[in-house]
Design a protein around this ligand. Structure first.
Ligand SMILES: NC(=O)c1ccc[n+]([C@@H]2O[C@H](COP(=O)([O-])OP(=O)(O)OC[C@H]3O[C@@H](n4cnc5c(N)ncnc54)[C@H](OP(=O)(O)O)[C@@H]3O)[C@@H](O)[C@H]2O)c1
Length: 278
């Protein structure tokens, strides 16, 4: 994807609206605009960093203002054209305001990375329904709410990309195949099933949008060292973000409606990437 944007040394909280509009009038469609949810830490922050390093303007969504401002500063210090966007994916008002702000500032959105998620819960027999609902509010309903709010902006882009950050633990095939390393994992319910649902959501958006230039795919970061797993993952965030960045920057002949990323199979090399079974 081609991109161009002038990065100015401006304060992070400065009123950039008119300046950005003026620059976009010059840069017009040459600038690629990406929104990443949950971009204040972990794989989301690294995805924003990697997209920013490609010259893409990154809108770093975060539900906490202090954490969002800190992420914007870190990304800008690293050379990215980054802006913090207040965004709690479970809050309809927050999602609406973020969409309105992007509309006012840029008039369109080229890339949406639905990255924000939470992990909670134990075995199926001990499932607390309130906890289950909490996980689905973020990992499932939040994705639908953000995607539908952003779709009018994504439709205005020449060839938008939607990336839903899923997981291999959402692959029913991998979790139940006795030959898969994932089959050895203890049975959990809330988080794995939320990602299985996200996989179907990905497939259905791809189906609905298949006659448009918009591609919708699910990314599997692999087991990555972040707060989500109390930093027990064996992959770096740089590796974990690769799948999202790859799917966010697919060419016109790239796939839509797949789960792609790190392959954790008995016979795959540790660095293998590819399409995972649903
Ligand atoms: N780490 C892994 O091994 C692994 C493997 C497979 C898939 N994934 C997926 O990768 C994605 C990123 O996870 P991570 O490992 O980077 O986890 P993380 O370090 O815990 O980061 C999660 C991010 O989501 C944000 N978030 C949570 N609830 C939110 C809400 N309601 N609104 C907005 N943002 C919210 C968090 O913000 P706060 O700081 O405010 O909490 C944080 O920025 C997730 O979709 C996860 O399921 C991770």
């Amino acid at each position: 994807m081609c991109s161009f944007r002038v990065v100015l040394p401006v304060p992070v909280t400065a009123g950039l609206s008119r300046l950005a509009v003026a620059l976009d009038a010059v840069g017009a469609m040459a600038t690629t605009i990406a929104l990443i949810t949950g971009a204040n830490k972990g794989i989301g922050l690294e995805t924003a960093r990697q997209l920013g390093a490609r010259g893409i303007t990154v809108l770093a969504g975060a539900r906490d203002e202090a954490r969002g401002v800190a992420a914007e500063r870190a990304l800008r210090d690293g050379g990215a054209d980054a802006r913090f966007v207040p965004l709690d994916v479970t809050d309809a008002k927050s999602v609406r305001q973020a969409a309105d702000w992007i509309d006012t500032e840029y008039g369109r959105l080229d890339i949406l990375v639905n990255n924000a998620a939470i992990a909670r819960g134990g075995p199926p027999s001990g499932t607390d329904l309130d906890e289950m609902r909490e996980v689905y509010e973020t990992n499932v309903f939040g994705v639908i709410m953000v995607t539908n709010a952003m779709l009018p902006l994504l439709r205005r882009a020449p060839a938008a990309r939607i990336v839903n950050v899923s997981s291999e633990v959402g692959s029913i095939t991998s979790m139940t195949d006795p030959a898969s390393p994932l089959a050895q994992m203890p049975a959990g319910l809330a988080y794995p099933s939320s990602k299985s649902t996200l996989n179907m959501i990905t497939a259905m958006y791809a189906k609905e949008l298949r006659d448009t230039p918009i591609k919708v795919n699910a990314a599997n970061p692999g087991y990555t060292k972040t707060d989500l797993n109390r930093n027990t993952g064996f992959r770096s965030v740089a590796e974990g973000a690769e799948a999202s960045v790859h799917l966010a920057t697919l060419d016109a002949d790239g796939p839509t409606g797949i789960l792609w990323g790190h392959l954790w199979t008995a016979d795959a090399s540790p660095d293998a990437y590819g399409t995972l079974p649903w």
